[in-house]
Design a binder for this molecule. Sequence first.
Ligand SMILES: *Cc1c(COP(=O)(O)O)cnc(C)c1O
Length: 404
Amino acid sequence: MKLPIYMDYHSTTPCDPRVVDAMLPFFTEKFGNSASRNHSFGWESEEAVELARKQIARLIHADSKELVFTSGATESDNLALKGVVEMYRQKGDHIITSATEHRAVIDPAKALEKKGIKVTYLSVEKTGRVNPDDVRNAITDKTILISLMLANNEIGTIHPIKEIGKIAKEKGILFHCDATQGVGKIPVDVQDLGVDLMSFSAHKIYGPKGIGALYVRRKAPRVRLVPMLDGGGHERGMRSGTIPVPLVVGFGKACELCEQEMATESIRIAAMRDRLEEGINASLEESYLNGHPTERLPGNLNISFAYVEGEALLMGVKEIALSSGSACTSATLEPSYVLRALGVGSDLAHSSIRFGLGRFTTNEEVEYTIERMIKAVNHLREMSPLYEMAKEGVDLKTVEWAAH
Ligand SMILES: *Cc1c(COP(=O)(O)O)cnc(C)c1O
């Protein structure tokens, strides 16, 4: 086993070597512009792009003509929210999303608010799920878009998107889904889910960084968007710019591999994740699961270790790449807004660690991680006066802290 161990697959994934192999010729000998119609260099690239479109469309059960290539899910989310609002502004000025969306949705929604759009940020249940009834109740005759994620990037909770899709359809409202964490990990079918627009990204599924897609429904209804970039009119006018052929080829290959391997891979990864959870729980009291116990991504485990500060814990296990729910990077020292939205208290939110397992995670790495987490948590708790008081039976909630 080699150190450091990568256990942060929600933030990005390595390229699968088979993806790199597929991409390589398109940097050198096959370098044509896929929009060049007059020579074989262009034709060769166009053919590769069309094959990739088919591979990607197949994974999500779409038509390849319904894909718009972007630089990643952040751009796809921006294009979906801003492009729909600008196109359908005459019909209404209200959109619905949730409090636990990725910043790539929350921030465009806030930008739209500054321009006079009304935004409802739905709260979520304790497990992190949006309740479809809340969606139904939030709809007004001015609602033009609902945007909700398929699976959360921090807690892995999978939302009831299909049920919400039915409500959107029944009310005739466009439905966008940020499926970046779900595509390639769990079955995704745009027809079955009833989504009209869907964002996803190659680098979360063992493809290259810098390429993503927005699925835009062509029939029933035909979705229209105001583009964010003006230029050559590529991608049916929705996203101008020369197509990055090597990246698109890699994205296609990554989707093909996910399609072929998802069924077995998700079982293998979920089993390692379950072992990690059980190994930690067996030896560490007061460790609490964040998110949904079953409706969860196979590679996700988010746990709060009471009396331990997440950032301090990460410093104690530097040879394992993990992520914590306390944001020491932000000026406000606010813990994860996702955990806070679940009703997790500030202390436990600051104590949370996100484990992200993926294609290249091994059983050995999981066993090593269990052992190291137990040691590091116990070590920090031994130094914690709060933990000592709690062990002595003091109810910390009744303690009156001196102001300082
Ligand atoms: C990673 C992620 C994004 C951003 O994707 P990029 O391709 O890095 O721009 C958006 N939404 C979710 C849910 C993500 O996990």
